[in-house]
Design a protein around this ligand. Sequence first.
Ligand code: FUC
Length: 742
Amino acid sequence: MLWYSTPAADWEREALPLGSGALGAMVFGTLASERLQFNEKTLWTGGPGSVQGYDHGNWREPRPGAITAVQDDLDAQTTLDPDGVAARLGQPRVGYGAHQTFGDLYFDVPGAPTTTPDDYRRDLDLDRAIASVGYTGQEVRHQREFFASHPDGVIVGRFSADRPGSVTLTLRYGSPRTDFTASATDGTLTVRGALADNGLRFEAQIRVRSKGGTVTSNADGTITVTGADSAWFVLAAGTDYADTYPDYRGPDPHTAVTRTIAKAGDRYESLLARHVHDHRALFRRVSLDIGQSLPEDVPTDRLLSAYAGGTSAADRALEALFFQYGRYLLIASSRPGSLPANLQGVWNQSTTPPWSADYHVNINLQMNYWLAEAANLAETTAPYDRFVEALRAPGRRTAQEMFGSRGWVVHNETNPYGFTGVHDWSTAFWFPEAAAWLTQQLYEHYRFGGSTDYLRTTAYPVMKEAAEFWLDNLRTDPRDGTLVVTPSYSPEHGDFTAGAAMSQQIVHDLFTNTLEAARVLGDSADFRRRVEEALDNLDPGLHIGSWGQLQEWKEDVDDPKDEHRHVSHLFALHPGRQIEPGSEWAEAAKVSLTARGDGGTGWSKAWKINFWAGLHDGDHAHLMLGEQLKLSTLPNLWDTHPPFQLDGNFGATSGIVEMLLQSRHDVIEILPALPAAWPKGSVHGLRARGGATVDIEWAAGRATRIALQASRTRELTLRSSLFEGGQTAFKAVAGRRYSWEP
Ligand code: FUC
């Protein structure tokens, strides 16, 4: 439970998020006028039909030989200045667009208290996914509750009071844009419009009902409830966006929105029950006890400001809450039937949000899903899979036109309209490795869940085509004859070179995964041989430099004083699996990570939790969690870059899982990075690769009980101090449960 003793004054820092995947809402709990800001994830400007024109970022004029010329220059002089490369390979971005707020619902409550009553409380119950507001005014106890239902596809709210007839309010709609009409009939407020930029049509309907009293639809498009015992509303919203290249349009949203409202029915209690049931089926799969105790009378903002680095039971309560909040946020912002979670999940109050609230794919979108499998929310990855699949068609064209090659590609960031080309922001535009990196999650879904059907139909085709791109685009490095990515740019850092560590490691990861998958599926021997050969000749992106560091570039030029937030050259440690803990590479990674320091933006700190866990240093992982909570977390527990950006929430939850359970090297490691700050505890329901659901109990820093539920029949290896020799291997049988105690 997150809770507060005052209304939210600020959207970004204080309001509380609800989401059904496609829809999001921010609850303020303001007294005289409750504000509910809401979103629909596909409401985006830009793309086809944009007044600016749209080209997917593909070069508007062909530039024959442009990439080869840059490669030749890199062969000759090793580095190139990013501005110069951007001038040759980039172009100004047009029609990219931005995610849009859908607007705000205001519930004006006459006679509401003008100062915050002592008994005021607003909260967000993570277990039921319900936001509530309660207060007493004129001796009447008022209660509001709001939720976003995935099964019904609606946002719902109810205003009630403990004295009959005391609910009176007026509902009105507001938007920072002027491209809509709002009208009210029969207790339904309808908002319709088309975005001025691209003509994307949108509609929302808000149906109001009351128990007792009257509901009046006003000529100015507002709705008034007078003297009711309670009033409730249901909101449905949609657009005519479709994720289909090249036009990205589907049917007018009117029919679907009308049907959704009708299907939601007239019974508030049934909607509520369906919602709670659906949410809990996911949320309750994992529980975490790290010796926390949530002090009853301390609101969440004070719990956060008092946090001292995890030394008290209250600190641990915040850490455990933060862990579950990441799971809550993914459930709320990524359910089948819409786009994946964007930089802000599904929550955005602006028409010009930071970075368009888009899909950055040089770390951010990937990080959003790091927790999905291991924190037992595999279903939330369906929108991600679809999004990646939908990038293939435009990405194929970009591969052909810009690179003259097979395969598909996407660069530094993308939008829902298949922006797979480039813009010209010199330090963040060129990143063709993104496509390969995006496919990693699809293969991980297979490694965790084990469905060869999924591998064959969903993951492998996307992986194979990404691999074909790199088979066609690697080039022999005249320095040593290895295959390298060129031009290559370590995200947002340094000069252009050939064969930067991250580029090589990503291609290594893609080829390794593709080869494994090709063997499982029995793809052609010829294809497999070509990938094997390329992998053999590939520069692995692992070089140890003069001060013992893992090099970020192929040349030994790392600056030990450099604290850049991207630690891209450690991809091979996390989320990759090329570096094994205990190896010389792990030692070098540690040297680099130590030099980079414990600072960084929100997501950067979250990544460092995962890195330190990957190095089996639980105390340092915990220290990074503490840094994130102290310096990069807002009172509503949202991660802040700054500004607010949700990847850090997801990355931190992933990092906490990695402290307790790891399986990336095909061994299930129990408590691989348990910090001293959590000497006793238990975790239930985490997932490991190989189809295992794992429960662990521990005391004095050592496992005291391990239980495992197998969903596949296969050989599993578990590593824990509980086993003689530190390890046990056995044949797990699907459906069986196993447990170990000393
Ligand atoms: C990456 C980061 C930035 C920011 C942006 C949305 O490019 O380097 O810090 O998080 O994504």
